[in-house]
Each structure stands twice: as C-alpha cells, then as structure tokens.
Design a protein. Structure first.
Lengths: 647, 203, 318
C-alpha cells in the first residue's frame, strides 16, 4: 500500500494523549547515541550557544593578555611574535567563532518556536552545520596551541600572508580552517532562508513575522552571497602558498589588492550579519519589558534589509588608504555616510518604545537599553571614519579599534546577554538571578566604557593598531593603563554572567511557561519546550498572539489550543511564502549519523590538505562522499522514493 | 470574546510531489551560493586583467578547439538531462536511464576534452597570475562537473532500481537543477576566458 | 607631547582635514549626549527595577503611537549627514589635487622595518638614497611616490597628512607641504610583521637654503678613513655589513638595508627608534635583536676593539 499522496490533516485539541504520541515520535534517542545523532533544533541551538560562549571566554583571555602587554610602554610580557598571534587569534575567535555562531544558536533554538513550526526545514543540515563549526573551531585552535596560530590580523593581508614572509603553518591553518568554517555558515544560511519561507504556522504572513526573524533572515541571504568571496580568497591564498600560484603575488603579475577586495566584499556584509540578528533579538525582547508593542515594526524590518543592501556597496571604505582613484573614494564615502540612516531608524524606534511604554527595569531590559547607547557611540565613530579625508587620519589607529569594539560589544554582546536573560527561562525552565544580574550588568557596562571610551582619544593621539608595544613620551601611557584596567573590570562582569548562568541552570527559580508575560508563540509552550514544540499547529492572527485578548478588541484571534495535529508520523507543515497558507505536509527526518559522519570526513580531508598528506586527504574525501551518499539516499520514510508496489 | 480562526485546510500534498518540495529549494540555495563563487572568480580575472600591464594575457587569441565543441557538448547535455527528467514525469524509466546515461557520457567527454586542453597549454598554474586564474577557474568548474557526474550516476542507479515515480522523484529534479547550473555557469567562464580577449580585454 | 596626534596640524594636507575632523567629532559627541539624555529620561520614568513578577504585574499599554520619533529622528539626522557629505567631497578634492603640482619628488619604499627615500636629481649622478629621515623644504608641496618593497606598509605623518599605503606592485602618490620648520614624526600604519610597531621615521622640514645644503651634502660620497681604527672599521664594515648596506665610496653596496653614507647626519636610527648617539649605535650594531626582536639585521657579536673600530668609522659618515 503506497502512502497517500494527499491527506486532509486532522484537526484536534491539545491533549495529554496527543502529547504522548508526539513525544514518542519526536524524542531524541537517549544517551550518547542520541547526543551524537540528534536533529532537534533546540539541542543543536543550545550546543551552538554553549560552544560560542566558551570561545567568547577564550577570546576574552587573549584580550586580557593583550591588555597586560599594553598596560604600559615597552613591556615584555609577550614577544612580538606571540603578541601578533594573540591579537590575530583574538580577532578571529571573536568575529568568526563567537559573534556569528552565538546568533546561529539563538536563531536555531528560537525560530521554529517563534514561527509556530515543529522544526527547521532541514534538521540534518542543521546538525551538520554545528559539527562543522565545532570541527573548524578545533582545527583553527590546533594551530594556535602549537604556536602556529594566525599572525596577520583577522583580515590577513597579503603579501605578508604569503609564504616568503610567513613560512610556517600559521596561514595554512587559518586559510583551510576558514574554508571549512564557511561550509557551516553557508548551509546554515540556506536552512534559515528556506525555513523562513516555508516553515511557519498558517496565518503568519510576512507582516506578522516576529521581528527578530528579519535580522537573521537578512544576514542569511547576505551570507549565502558573500561567504564564497572569503572562502575563495583563503583558498587562493592557500594555492599561492602551496602550489606557487600568482593570485596575489606582484612578481607573478598578481594583485595584493585583489585580496582586499575579495575579503571586504565579504567582510563588510559580514559585520552587519553579526549585528542585525542581535538587534532583532533586542527588538523582540525590549517591548516585552516596555509592556507594549514595538514601535515601527515595518520601518525596522525594512531598515534591516536596507542596511544590508547598502552594506553590499561600502566595502571599499576599509581600503581608503590604498591609493584608489578619487571618484571611487567619493562614491564609497558617500554610501558609507548614507548607511547611518537606516541604522538610525532602529535607534529611534527603540527609544520610542521605551518612552511610550511602561518600562520595567529588569536585567534583560538593562542590557537592551545599554545596547541603544553603545550602538550610537559605535555608530558615530563609524560615521567619522566614513568621511575619506578624516579616515586617512583615523584608519589603522586605536580610533578604529574603539569603533569596532563599540559596535561588536554594543550591538552583539550586550543584546546577546540580554537575550540570554530573556530566553534562559524558556530554555531551562529557570529564571536567572536578577540580583546577580545587576552586578553583572554594571560591571560590564562600567568596565567596558572605562576601557574603550578613552580609546577614541588614544586613536586621535595617533597610536597605531597592532603594535606589540609603544614608546613612552607619545602621550599614550595613561590612556592605555586606564583601558587595561577597564578591560579587566569588564572581564569580571563577563565572568559574573557565566556564574549567573551556571548557578541559575542548577538552582534558579522555576520560571513556568511565560514568566515575562510576553506576546509571541514560544511563551505558549512549556519551559523547556517538548521535542515536538507544538502539539497542535497554531493559527496566527497577529504579531502578538498572547496579547490579543488585551490589545485587539474584536479582531479575530490566533488559535493556540486547537489545530492540525499532524501526529501520524514525524511531520511538520510547510506553507506558502507570502501569506502562509498551508501548502504541504512534510515528513521530517529522525536522528541520523550522516551529519556527524560528513563533518568528520571533511575534517579529515582538511587535515590532510593542511599536512599535505594526500592519503589522509583522499581518505577524508572518500568518507565525505560515502556520508553524503548515505545522507541523500532516497528514503521511503521521507517520501523521496516510492515503496515497491506489492501484489 | 472574539473568535479564534483555525486553519482547516482541505487535502494537502504529503511529502515532496514532483519537483515541489523542500529538497529542491535546498539545492537551489546551494546553486545561488556556488554561482556567487564563480562570480568572484570571474571578478578576480577582470580585476587582475584591468590592473595589469600589457602582456598579461598569455593567450591573446585563445584557441577555440577543443573548448568550443566542448561547450556545445555541455550545453547539449543540459538538453538530454531535461529529456531524462521528462521521462520520469511520464513514468518512462527507459527514457530516464537513456537521458541520464547520455548526459553522463557527454559530461565525461567534456571533462576529458578539458583535461586534454590543460595538458596542451604552454603555461601552467605557477607561470603567472593569468595561468593561476585560468587553471583555478576551469579547475573549480571541473570539480563541479565531476560532482555532477557523481550525481548523475547516483540518479541513474536509483532510477534503474525503480525508486522513482512521477510523484516521488525530487532527487531527480534537484540533481538536474544542479546540472543545469554547471552548464550555465560554464557559459560565463567560457565567455570570460575565451571570448573577451577577442573583444579587447586584457591586451 | 603627542608627536603622532592629529588634533593639530602643521601641514597643508592635514590642515584641510582637521576642521572636518573637529566637525564630525562635535556632531558625534552631540548625538551621543542627546541620545543618552533621551534614554535616561525614558528609563527614569520607569516603574522601577524589577524581575519577572514586576513585569507580569505591569499592565500592557495599548499605545500605538511612537512613529513620529522615527520621522523626526531621521529628519534631524539627515542635516549633519548631508553637511558632512558635502564637506567630505570638498576636502577630498582639496587633498588629492596638489600631488600633481609638486616640483620636488621623492621615491619612498617601505621595507621591513625601515623606510628608503630616493631623491631624484636633474641627472643620474645628482640623485641619492637615504633612509628613515626625509628632509623637505618648508612651504613647498613635495610629491612622495610610494612603493612596497616586500609587504604592504603605510606612510603616515599625522601632523602633515593622512595615510597612504605602500603596496608592492603598484605606485601610490601622496604629497606633503609643511607650513613650519620642524621635525615631524612618522609611523608605518599597515601591519607588516614582527616589528611593525617600531617602523617609524622623521620628516625634517627646513627653510629652502638649509634644505639645499642638506641635499648637496647627501650627494657627496663617504670620505676615506683617516685613522688606524677607522681603516679597521671600514674593513669590518665591508665584510660584515656590505651585503645589506651601501656606503657610497666604498665597496659596500648592499641594497637590503638603509644607505649609511650619511648615517651621522640623522638624528635617530633603527626606524626612529633610538637616538643616534655612539652608545645606542654601538648597542644596535652589536645586537639589534635586543631592541627590535625579529629585525632582519643579525647580531654582530663583535669583540670590544672591533666594535670600537666600527663605530669609529661610522662616526666619519656625516
């Protein structure tokens, strides 16, 4: 009997029996086998978050070593070679191994819950993207641990990255590791895009998408288009180094600036990709603590997209000093000045939400509110560097270091911590401590500003970037000491955050389903949610399903307790893209070894390439191919092939 | 108390039907990303050529043999792949196997012609930036062709084992989409390396 | 004392940039203060601090207003942005143009971790090469053609002009015009490896007469050694240093390191790192790795008398 090609989904009530049936269908295998084969987006999301926070801590320790070395003139804590590896690895860790994966983690965990779906569009791909991220992080750090870490800054300019000047394995670790990491980012982006387009609850038209979806969706579209640029750049660098290529080497007719173009074509959209999703999380959480809807949903959604679109056209502002023609400089300077406008929309909308709301100052609120101020400080220093002539003085000084830390810590780390305080109860069933949260916030806020606000002046007084030491008599001594002290205070604040997480996970106050009386779908589920998320597929009538009774008068309501049950098998609903009409019942994959196997094969392949061991590389390639064939083999259960017709 | 609207759809398709299904979209996303990769490869060519001194073009008049017949063969193989996919839509397994088999052979011949052309070049990867760009671009394309051949072989095998029907055949649609991409992107590579020199670029 | 600071300027190019810099600083600080005040007031009107219970206890607001914030905010933001945009284009044009009108041209090549300056003459014999201390006449635009000798470096004299990169395989053009005589500190501004931090240089701006005298002096080849020690020092220099360094008038003709023909005319050594005194010169020659670890100059490990001879000879290179 061939499975039916069509079925009218049963409509039912949320009930204990239904939940038990669904749990049996969706639960991950217990024990270590389940741990290695799970495709549950919540488990994968948590892994991303934990791993990214660990890398944040490691990157933080690196930064403290840097600040100790720079606390005074002519110190000898680190040799120049060590320092260069420390600052490069710090940058790589924070920007590639923390800032994006943490947002992938939150998005992975939350998206199906926010969208009213049972899982992401591609659960196995989801697991795979995490394993490859982990493999790439281990690969990159293996280099650092043997003293062959990246040593040319996170953007790794040539010719210094080429073999004659950099003969060790440092650059090979970095180049191959980044190509490997790019695979994770790309498949993750594909997953988010298709999920947003197809895996939503009926009735959730585009204008009813939770606002944070727009951030990660925009970032994912951008990543899909620009990650190949950086992967290509690193691949070409590796070819130059190992096979004598001439891509970037002037003696063979190559162009050093080609590296910069390829890198920044990726790099600029990337820095928006690591803040827009975090801004989305703040836009999602802040209104809850202002007890009202977000001001300016449509302007914020549109400005998110606009910022990224313009963001594709400003990459040359990282290259203003390279001798480009005036016309080109003028264009990119103009675009870089204009891009502040869509960013400003979010700031005004957030301010309006607080002003016209009834703010309750919780720890999460403090982090989201602080983000607004830090965003503006980082934004104006960026505005200053957008002006070409001014940038010719500011670039490559500590002014830019101040700018980039304000935007990264202000628009990524602070909202991420706010998001943790906000969603930790949903993920663990426990509340974090508000008391410890106050200490956490103020040490971080004061420490960060003490460390980095003076840095603007340090830059204006001419201290260049990436120097392992500096002479006295330049006017920089006191400023550097203050920055170092502030950095340590900031670090203590981050430690307090981790302490709060650890203690609350074990013994925080029970949270219940909706401790904040928030509006969106995830708060209608138990904390933590069951493996299948929604027992019945909800139908959506507004952006704030849980607030409709109090805000929406007589408009139609969302339905949360009665709807399609989709409990025949492990099933989810796919909808039409624009207005979310039910379109298809999708059979979802169960736990699988394929993602881990493929990630392992790729890790082996890249290790072989690094060591120029062709047997290892070939072995890795074969394992990868086998894993891929196993993964993609058409399965009856997923209706990718017909069952044979029986007599 | 306002009313809750509950979505109560009529009969919905279950699983991927024909070309419509999540897996096809997944491959489409991959194609977008790989297309961007080739975009950057060609950007590297045009940027390096535009900023280089005269004489950069090691082949100011690239030979059309065997590249042009190879190109025609590859483009035609998209037609046979399309024809093979039509076969499964009409439940004609023989057409599927013939279509994919011929497509595979044409792709393999293209690859063979390319290997021959590489060996006959008077420059190598390490000769200059032009040499490096030529070999890495055609090389990455070749890797995609080889990937496509593996996909075609797998589809051939699965079709021979009677896995597919007009309803359940998303792997075929996704695989053929990928093959079309490999062929289409070759047009851009071919035009860049073999045609633009005649139009004056890089001289 | 902020030798690398650019909140003051002593040259034409930097002076074009400086007022625009101050304008953007003032706009930026103003914006930060305004937003901070608005945020402070908005929060101060709050119910107060709390946790989950207080959040649940605070009733929802049905308020749908607030869009005006966005329109007003955008409109107010637009004006300083437009002003900056226009001023930027004007300053850009001002800074770019004089590069072509300069009548003195110096070819500067960035090396790891020192600066080579080649002055062209009317004839081949008139030109000369020096390192790390670049003299220019006051009040006259001087064109600097920048070359990358190995990796990317960046030429930056904050008091006089913005940065321009020195990139291998291409030639970049910048210009300097000092308004006043003085010594202006320069610094490499593109990470270039182990000793990027100590790749400094000096621009010496002097009145025309002094500049011409300096230039004439630089053209002269080194005098022959007079004393026994100087002769021994020259012999050592030729064997130990001649592979990398040039001293015009001797057989030392290496091109990988600074030209030493007029070493003693320079106020600093080792990339503006050390004062050019006998003590630091001797220490530098004996072991450059002690002050600039990773430098491409190996430690010489001379005996006491040998070191004395070498420094005796070097002292004649005025």
């Amino acid at each position: 009997m061939r499975p039916a090609a069509q079925r009218t989904p049963r409509i039912g009530e949320d009930s204990e029996a239904l939940r038990a049936r669904l749990r049996a269908l969706w639960e991950t295998t217990p024990g270590w086998r389940g741990w290695l084969t799970t495709v549950d987006h919540k488990q994968i999301g948590l892994r991303y978050i934990v791993t990214a926070f660990i890398l944040l801590a490691i990157g933080g320790v690196e930064s403290l070593a840097i600040r100790l070395q720079l606390a005074g003139p002519d110190l000898h804590l680190l040799t120049p070679e060590q320092y260069n590896q420390f600052f490069s690895t710090h940058g790589m860790t924070m920007i590639f191994l923390y800032a994006s994966p943490i947002l992938s983690g939150f998005s992975n965990y939350l998206w199906p819950l926010l969208l009213g779906s049972r899982d992401m569009a591609f659960p196995r791909l989801n697991a795979f993207s995490y394993w490859v991220y982990l493999a790439a992080a281990l690969f990159l750090y293996a280099g650092f641990l043997i003293g062959a870490g990246p040593n040319d800054g996170w953007f790794n300019y040539v010719p210094y990255a080429e073999k004659p000047f950099n003969p060790g394995l440092n650059q090979d670790f970095y180049a191959l590791g980044m190509v490997l990491l790019g695979i994770s980012t790309t498949v993750g982006a594909a997953n988010f895009i298709v999920t947003a387009a197809k895996m939503r609850a009926p009735g959730m038209s585009l204008d009813k998408l939770p606002i944070m979806i727009w951030g990660t969706l925009t970032a994912s579209v951008a990543n899909l288009l620009v990650v190949p640029a950086v992967s290509l750049a690193f691949f070409l660098l590796w070819l130059d180094r190992q096979f004598g290529g001439g891509f970037f080497r002037p003696e063979l007719g190559g162009q050093p600036l080609l590296w910069q173009h390829l890198f920044w074509l990726f790099g600029h959209p990337w820095v928006y990709a690591i803040v827009l999703p975090a801004m989305g999380m703040a836009s999602q959480g802040l209104p809850v603590f202002c007890r009202r809807e977000l001001v300016g949903y449509a302007p914020i959604a549109l400005s998110t997209v606009a910022t990224m679109v313009i963001g594709f056209g400003v990459w040359v502002h990282h290259m203003f000093a390279t001798g480009l023609p005036g016309l080109s400089l003028g264009f990119f300077s103009g675009a870089s000045i204009i891009i502040t406008l869509p960013s400003a929309i979010a700031v005004f909308a957030w301010l309006a939400t607080i002003w016209n709301g009834r703010p309750v100052v919780t720890t999460a609120f403090r982090f989201f509110a602080a983000m607004i101020l830090l965003f503006v400080i980082g934004g104006v220093s960026g505005f200053m560097t957008a002006s070409v002539p001014v940038d010719w003085q500011l670039t490559d000084t500590y002014f830019v270091v101040a700018h980039l830390h304000y935007v990264l810590i202000g628009i990524n780390l602070f909202p991420v911590i706010g998001a943790t305080y906000f969603w930790f109860p949903k993920m663990t069933g426990r509340l974090m401590s508000e008391r410890l949260g106050r200490w956490n916030f103020w040490t971080m806020f004061l420490g960060f500003n003490l460390g980095f606000l003076p840095m603007h002046l340090t830059g204006l007084l001419g201290m260049p970037r990436r120097v392992y030491t500096y002479p006295d008599g330049m006017g920089w001594d006191l400023l550097n000491l203050v920055t170092s002290i502030g950095s340590f205070l900031f670090a203590i604040g981050v430690v307090l955050f981790f302490v709060n997480v650890a203690r609350s996970w074990r013994s925080g106050a029970p949270a219940g389903a909706n401790p904040w009386d928030a509006a969106t779908l995830e708060w209608s589920l138990p904390s933590p949610p069951p493996p299948y998320n929604f027992a019945v597929i909800p139908t959506i009538a507004s952006r704030h399903p849980l607030w409709e009774d109090r805000l929406d008068g007589n408009s139609p309501r969302s339905a949360l307790h009665r709807g399609m049950t989709l409990d025949t098998a492990r099933e989810a609903l796919a909808v039409t893209t624009l207005d979310a009409q039910p379109e298809r019942i999708v059979e979802m994959p169960e736990d699988s070894w394929a993602p881990l196997a493929l990630a392992t094969g790729l890790a082996l392949l890249f290790t072989g390439l690094l060591l120029k061991s062709w047997p290892a590389a070939a072995g890795g390639g074969l394992v990868s191919l086998a894993a891929l064939v196993f993964w993609l083999w058409p399965r009856r259960q997923l209706l990718e092939r017909e069952a044979p017709a029986h007599g | 108390m306002a009313e809750a609207m509950i979505a109560t759809p009529g009969p919905l398709p279950v699983g991927p039907i024909g070309r419509a299904g999540l897996g096809w979209w997944g491959v489409a996303m991959l194609v977008v990303s790989e297309a961007a990769l080739f975009g950057y490869l060609l950007f590297a060519y045009f940027y390096t050529g535009a900023t280089s001194a005269p004489g950069w073009l090691l082949e100011p008049a690239p030979k059309m043999l065997p590249a042009l017949p190879g190109t025609a063969l590859l483009l035609a193989s998209s037609g046979t792949a399309w024809w093979g996919e039509k076969g499964i839509e009409a439940s004609r397994r023989g057409q599927v196997l013939a279509g994919f088999g011929i497509t595979f052979l044409m792709g393999a011949v293209f690859a063979g012609l390319q290997l021959y052309e590489w060996s006959a070049k008077h420059f190598s990867f390490a000769t200059s930036s032009y040499g490096s760009l030529y070999f890495v671009t055609t090389g990455i394309h070749m890797a995609h062709v080889v990937g496509g051949l593996i996909i075609l072989a797998a589809l051939f095998g699965w079709a021979a084992a009677d896995y597919f029907s007009p309803r359940r055949r998303i792997a075929i649609s996704a695989g053929v989409l990928y093959w079309h991409f490999v062929d289409a992107v070759w047009l851009f590579v071919f035009t860049t390396y073999y045609v633009t020199p005649y139009l004056g670029f890089g001289r | 004392m902020t030798p690398l600071g650019y909140l003051s300027s002593d040259g034409r190019s930097a002076s074009i940039i400086l007022p625009l810099t101050w304008f953007t600083i003032i706009v930026s600080i103003a914006v930060c203060i305004i937003i901070a005040v608005l945020l402070w007031i908005a929060i101060a009107r709050a119910a107060g601090r709390g946790g989950a219970a207080e959040t649940r206890a605070t009733a929802l607001s049905n308020d749908r207003s607030g869009d005006r914030w966005i329109t007003i905010g955008l409109t107010l933001s637009f004006l300083p942005l437009l002003a900056t945009l226009v001023w930027t284009m004007a300053a850009l044009a001002g800074v770019l143009s004089p590069a072509n009108r300069a009548r003195i041209e110096i070819d500067v090549t960035g090396h790891r971790w020192w600066w080579e300056a080649r002055y062209r003459g009317a004839t081949g014999a008139d030109g000369f090469v020096t390192a790390n201390e670049i003299h220019i006449p006051v009040g006259v635009p001087v064109a600097i053609r920048l070359y990358g000798g190995d990796v990317i470096h960046s030429f930056w004299v904050p008091k006089l002009a913005g940065k321009t990169d020195a990139i291998p395989g291409q030639q970049n053009l910048t210009w300097l015009r000092a308004d006043r005589p003085g010594r202006y500190r320069g610094q490499c501004s593109e990470f270039c490896g182990a000793q990027h931090a100590k790749m400094g240089f000096e621009i010496v701006a002097e009145p025309r007469g002094a500049f011409d005298r300096w230039r004439a002096g630089q053209r002269v080849t080194a005098p022959p050694p007079a004393t026994e020690a100087q002769m021994q020092g020259l012999a050592l220099l030729n064997t130990r240093c001649g592979e990398c360094h040039t001293v015009r008038g001797t057989v030392a003709a290496g091109r990988r390191a600074p030209d030493l023909t007029h070493l003693m005319s320079r106020r600093t050594i080792a990339g503006a790192l050390l004062p050019n005194t006998i003590g630091s010169l001797a220490g530098w020659v004996q072991d450059p790795q002690a002050v600039k670890p990773g430098s491409l100059m190996p430690a010489q490990k001379l005996t006491g008398p040998e070191l004395g001879a070498v420094t005796a000879y070097l002292e004649t290179l005025k």
